[in-house]
Design a protein around this ligand. Sequence first.
Ligand SMILES: [Zn+2]
Length: 407
Amino acid sequence: MITPDTRQLEIIPSVNWGEESPFKRGPLISINRKDAPRNVIGNYGGQYGLYRAGADAAGRIPSNFIPDYTDALSPMTFAIRQNENWQGVNCIASFDPFGHLVPKHFSGLIAGGYNIRPTIAITSGRLNLPEIHGAVAAGLLKPDGDILTDNNRINVTKIAIEPGWHLPGIAKYYGRDEKAFREGIYYGTGESYAALVTASDLNVFLPAHGETTVYVIGDINKLGDPDVEHAARTHDKCGSSDTHRANICSCAPALMWGYEQAVLTAQSGGVGIIVYTEAEGRGHGVVPKNLVYNARLAGEDRPEDYFPATVRMTGIEDLREQMIMTDVYRWLGVNKIDVWLSGSPHKTNAMKAAGIQIAADADRPVPPDRMENDTGQTEWAAKMLREYRYAPRLQSTTGSGLVVPAA
Ligand SMILES: [Zn+2]
């Protein structure tokens, strides 16, 4: 165990968000103990930060603990190349673009006892999805031994990204001035982060917000290459459908359709991207979502009642600010999407507002007819009433519900 040199901790590097050099930009230093130095508001770990705080409060973590990141950075960590969206006044605002390189750039400060953590981590894996087995059995996907293995696993690069808000930039996403936005967040979080209103010199906030995960299918080195076809879907988490294949909504079929298309694009020399965010229930979370389900099940479950039920209980249809999710694509250096696998006008408009080109002919609709005999059909129909684009361009259903686009 290394004992931190507490004399060094009297020097607090500043954060200069938007600086091109990670060293000039500076590390994000979060407070984790009384009297510790900091240059940001909030805590590392996103939604998990409180677990660590609880364990700390219970004295379960050694007070002089220094993390050791030996062998923790995979070679893929360095495949994501710095681009113009990492710096400048209009750079990424919702997470630290240098977050994966923290152990490389700031090992000295970490060893010295500063609370600096990586906020991005990149690794690899294989996905084993029942719908993909179904698609292979039906002859709709073919294993190639690389992108899709001979036993139908999808090889992926997995990226986890914790939030880190540059408050001036996030306020701009929300269309508010920074001071008003900081006050709003302060009161809206039960006055949890006093520094939002008392420390105007600190303009980076690590919110207790869920992390984003990204699954890249195909060669990660091709990301952002203008000559390479990119297929992409941003999918907001639905635990009951994505993980448990619950029947009342349309989430898992849309996600699986995204994976199928991403594999096809990667197999033809392109690259597929699935961005998975913690914004369940349009950002409302699972409790309001389940209450709305109850209202649906108690009534006639009509599409025109679907969104009004949410508004009746929460005051707003949708809590998501979609500009935030565009940061992932900008970080990856992806400036155009050839195959955009989303039917949401909110997501599509945000991508365009972020300067990401969506090829006109790539705007493939997500299938509406997959849920024909299921309660999920109500959600599809409700979204179509809100100008989601789900044209019936599909011809068959296979496996546990994968819908296959018409040729
Ligand atoms: Zn769902």
